[in-house]
Design a protein around this ligand. Structure first.
Ligand code: CA
Length: 514
């Protein structure tokens, strides 16, 4: 084997996404050495790692670098055909202006309804449907977290075995409630997030709150109107010592376990299913394999009546001109712009901008900047009209494809989507992350086969087969669609649930702390 050929007779392959693109990404695992020759005659001038870009033609200094048929930046210097186009060679463009965006001008035609699919869910009194049966205990302040953790260990050991139809008991613990400017306008974001988290369909409407007694966030604010009294305060003078407090939590928990234990799965239409999608540890394959497959599955779900939330404002901002025309009406288009503008201001106040989004891992994976990342990220939204926009932590109002505004942080996005009412999340990753949520199952989709094989007991679906030419986007999209229904119905468990890998909740608090 000569030194310029890839291992095991693996033919050099690149992936070009759009006829106008003047760069493509190297598909071969571990990259390709200098002098590797592609079937069309293109020869690499230097080593190019997997997922990184190669110039398909000479690109003059200052000329646009095109991927997805869009400008991802301009050449910082002359880029000869066959060279490695790494992030240092691309100058990032300005974010699209928001004054003259088209609103609801290219609303996609309604695709034919997809009929004949159902899932087995837990129906709640308020009409929502869960995919799990969990007792969730809310907290009004961080001070009680250790106490609640102690109580939960005891509930798991002593009570849960007596209520076999309940999947788990979890604490909705967080860092809010003490030392916060509770009346500041932005405090509405963490407060509504906690209120709506307690109402997630996977918790069956059984709310209980553990509070301290002196916190600014009054526990009453976390109990929905009309719900039975369900608050335990550690500073309650009737409670003498830690043992009495734990007994009180156990008594309240047991009453709720008895109710939850009567829940049974029933056959539900897909219009009762609400899922979220997000990505984390993205690479250049995210927008080629996993995210398009998620977009395909998202279209299938929406056509079948389900609701799909996509999020992550800083990963949408640079592609906003591709989304506002898909808004179902002008009002939804304006709401998209409102969320983008709010976040631009929020970042500016912190002395940052959208370029802070890309991580060292993203760049190592071949993503030059946030423009390239955003173009690959919005593919998760598929091609349906955008039917509504939710501000961070707001509850689902309409069905269909929803933009739920959240930061891109995996944990904050997960927490806010749970507050908005998702009962399952699909998570795409290129670099790899063991991410999981206690409140809802998470299906992890790898962008590359190499990752899916190396992490075979963490990754649930390998979308890398698309880059290898072993499967199409449609194939993987259908596979994911069926996997979503199996997981939502409790027939299959994703790896994060098999291992119990559950990340802590992370609230978004744009307000001041005192
Ligand atoms: Ca993320």
């Amino acid at each position: 084997m000569s030194d310029h050929q890839p291992p095991r007779g693996d033919t050099p392959r690149y992936i070009r996404l759009h006829p106008q693109d003047n760069v493509a990404i190297v598909a071969n695992a571990f990259g390709l050495p200098a002098n590797s020759r592609f079937p069309d005659g293109l020869t690499l001038a230097e080593f190019v790692p997997q997922g990184h870009k190669v110039a398909l033609a000479d690109i003059g200094e200052g000329a646009p670098v095109m991927r997805y048929g869009e400008v991802i930046g301009h050449a910082a210097a002359f880029l000869p055909r066959g060279c490695w186009v790494d992030e240092a060679k691309i100058v990032m463009p300005e974010a699209p202006g928001m004054d003259e965006l088209e609103l609801a001008t290219r609303i996609p035609d309604a695709a034919p309804p997809l009929e004949g699919y159902t899932f087995e869910g837990y129906r709640n009194a308020d009409g929502t449907v869960g995919t799990k049966n969990i007792l969730a205990i809310s907290t009004s302040v961080q001070c009680v977290a250790g106490t609640l953790d102690f109580a939960i260990r005891k509930i798991r050991e002593e009570l849960l075995p007596r209520y076999p139809h309940v999947d788990d008991v979890i604490g909705l613990t967080h860092t809010y409630g003490c030392g916060v400017a509770i009346n500041a306008p932005m405090a509405s974001v963490p407060i509504r997030t906690l209120q709506n988290l307690a109402r997630n369909p996977n918790f069956g409407g059984e709310v209980m709150v553990v509070g301290l007694g002196c916190e600014k966030l009054a526990p009453e604010r976390l109990v929905p109107e009309g719900a039975p009294p369900s608050i335990m305060r550690m500073q309650d003078e009737a409670l003498h010592g830690f043992g009495a407090m734990i007994d009180e939590i156990m008594t309240m928990a047991e009453q709720r376990l008895a109710v939850l234990d009567k829940r049974r799965r029933e056959t539900c239409p897909l219009s009762d299913l609400v899922i979220g999608v997000q990505c984390g540890g993205s690479d250049a394959f995210s927008g080629v394999t996993a995210n398009p497959a998620v977009g395909f599955a998202s279209d299938l779900l929406v056509r079948a009546g389900a609701s799909v939330m996509f999020s992550e404002v800083t990963e949408v901002r640079d592609a906003i001109h591709l989304l506002t025309p898909r808004a179902v009406d002008q009002e939804v288009g304006r709401a998209l712009i409102r969320e983008m503008a709010w976040y631009d201001d929020y970042l500016e106040q912190g002395g940052a901008n959208r370029s802070a989004n890309t991580t060292p891992g993203n760049k190592k994976g071949g993503l030059a900047n946030i423009v390239e990342k955003a173009l690959g990220s919005i593919v998760k939204s598929g091609s349906c009209p955008i039917s509504d926009v939710l501000a961070p932590g707001e509850r689902l109002r309409r069905k269909g494809l929803i933009f739920a505004a959240t930061p891109a942080s995996d944990f904050i996005c997960g927490t806010l989507q749970l507050a908005s009412g998702i009962t399952l999340q699909v998570f795409t990753t290129g670099r790899g992350t063991p991410y999981g949520l206690a409140a809802a199952p998470v299906i992890k989709v790898a962008t590359r086969t190499e990752l899916a094989e190396r992490w075979s007991d963490l990754i649930d679906l390998d979308a890398g087969r698309i880059a290898d030419g072993k499967a199409t986007i449609d194939d993987i999209g259908w596979e994911l669609f069926h996997l979503i229904l199996d997981v939502a119905s409790g027939r299959k468990k994703p790896w994060s649930d098999k291992w119990g890998l559950h990340n802590a909740l992370a609230l978004f608090n744009p307000g001041p702390v005192t």
